[in-house]
Each structure stands twice: as C-alpha cells, then as structure tokens.
Design a protein around this ligand. Structure first.
Ligand code: 9D3
Length: 243
C-alpha cells in the first residue's frame, strides 16, 4: 500500500512515522508513507495557500489550485487512488472503516487547516470525508495520523506474529477483558485466581464474561451490534437482574 499525506505541515509526521508499528510496516515494505507539502504546489511569488472566505466571516480558507495540483501529482501513476479528506464534517472513523481503507492500493489523505478547504476541491477530487470524533482540533494532521495508524496496523504482517488484528477489541464488538501480569499480588490486590488455575476453558469463559460485564457497564451501546451466543445473553440477563 502507498499512502500520500497532503499537508501544510509535513514535519509533523516525521516523528509519528518513525515509531513502532508504523516504522516496522515501512521497513517490511508493507506500506510507503509520503508527505507532500501543499505549499510546494503554490506557484505564485509568495506561495500563498490560503485566502479570505467569500461572503465574509472569520478565518481563512485553503485555496483550491495548490491542493488540486498536489492531488493530481499524487494520483499521477494511480488514477484509482482513494482520496480522503480529514474533516470535522466527515463520517466518524470506525474500525470497520479502517478495514475498508486497508483494501486500497493507494490512499491520498488531505489535511485541512484554517477553516478548511475550498468546497470545489471536495466536489472535484475528494472521494470521502472522515472525522475522528466530535471534538474540535486545530487541523487535519492529528486525525490523519490516527487514520494512518489504524489502517497500517491492519496490513498483513504489520503486527507481530503473536498478534492478530482480527482478534482486537471491536473485532467481535465487545470491550476487552482485564489483563494481569506478575506479581500475583500488588499493593494488596490479587490476580483473579482463575487466571492462575491453568484451566484454559474456565479462563476463556471468565474472560468472555468480563468482556461482557465491561461492555455492559461502560459501552452498552456496543451490545446492540455485538455477536452474542446464548451463553452470552444468559450472562447479560444475570447482570441486569443484579442491578
Ligand atoms: C474554530 C473553527 N471551527 C468553527 C467552529 C470549525 C473548524 C475548522 C477546522 C473546526 C476544526 C477544524 C480543524 N479540524 C480538522 O481539520 C479535523 C477534525 C477535528 O477538528 N475533529 C475531529 N476530526 C477531525 S478531521 C479534521
């Protein structure tokens, strides 16, 4: 996979791409990560990339020509590239969306700044707009980094052999069970005895129930879409009765 990030702040991504799983994926040649400076496609004397909004109002708008040229250059060799615009007006990123985007051979990720980009860029070039949630950030760079991280770790071979992206939290639509490591007692708190029992069937059943309990307590909205067995439903009924 190739990912081009179009931004006014390419340096922002240097440290992010140099860490952990992303770096490993690049080294293993599972992904090529490029940053493209939109300003490099502003051809006027002062390389201007923003301008005042028609109709008035606060803030600046990113001019369409540099972005259009930058996207056209990025798409040069791959007309089927998927163009994603990080935008507060977009669909909220989900694990399912990350899986979908992981299928593309080439992603072009556009980061907005100021009040956003001229709407004609969206009309002409953007395939989809994606938000990372309902809170206000200062630009699309952090959201783009979040998106890239969520997608790249799904590429086959990106995670260690011990891990499988399919088994993640949200894989079955539930929150994860609690994790413990040594020591067996820490500041008066013992590790649940079942985890030391060596009985793998009992351990699996306990973990499943703790997943259900947590999801029910913290994210009951997730239970509506979760894949549940008869035993799961019985345990949830028990929890509800205890309340
Ligand atoms: C003060 C500006 N806002 C008026 C209420 C509008 C606004 C413009 C630009 C708000 C945020 C931004 C910059 N944010 C993004 O580019 C962005 C974003 C976000 O802020 N939250 C969640 N996901 C995303 S994706 C891109």
């Amino acid at each position: 996979m190739r990912i081009d990030i179009l931004t006014l702040f390419p340096q922002f991504f240097d440290s992010i791409f140099a860490t952990s799983i992303l770096q490993r994926a690049v080294e293993r040649q599972l992904v090529t990560l490029n940053t493209i400076n939109i300003r490099d496609y502003a051809f006027d004397k002062h390389r201007v990339v923003d301008d005042y909004p028609y109709g008035g109002g606060a803030g600046m708008v990113m001019k369409p020509e540099p972005i259009g040229r930058a996207i056209t250059a990025a798409r040069q060799s791959s007309p089927d590239a998927r163009v994603v615009y990080m935008s507060p007006q977009g669909q909220v990123l989900t694990q399912q969306k990350a899986w979908e985007l992981a299928e593309y051979e080439h992603l072009i990720v556009l980061c907005g700044h100021y009040e956003g980009v001229d709407e004609r860029v969206c009309t002409l070039y953007v395939d989809e707009e994606i938000s990372i949630g309902d809170y206000v950030l200062t630009g699309g760079e952090l959201p783009a980094a979040v998106l890239v991280d969520s997608v790249v770790r799904l590429l086959p071979g990106a995670l260690g052999s011990e891990q499988s992206a399919r088994e993640d939290s949200f894989g079955d639509g539930l929150l994860e069970y609690p994790h413990y490591t040594r020591p067996p007692e820490y500041k008066g708190l013992a590790v649940p005895a079942v985890l030391l029992s060596g009985n793998h069937q009992k351990i699996a059943a306990w973990r499943r129930q703790e997943s259900l309990r947590r999801t029910w307590e913290r994210r009951p909205d997730l239970l509506e879409k979760a894949v549940l067995s008869a035993a799961d439903r019985a345990f949830l009924a028990e929890l509800r009765q205890q309340e």
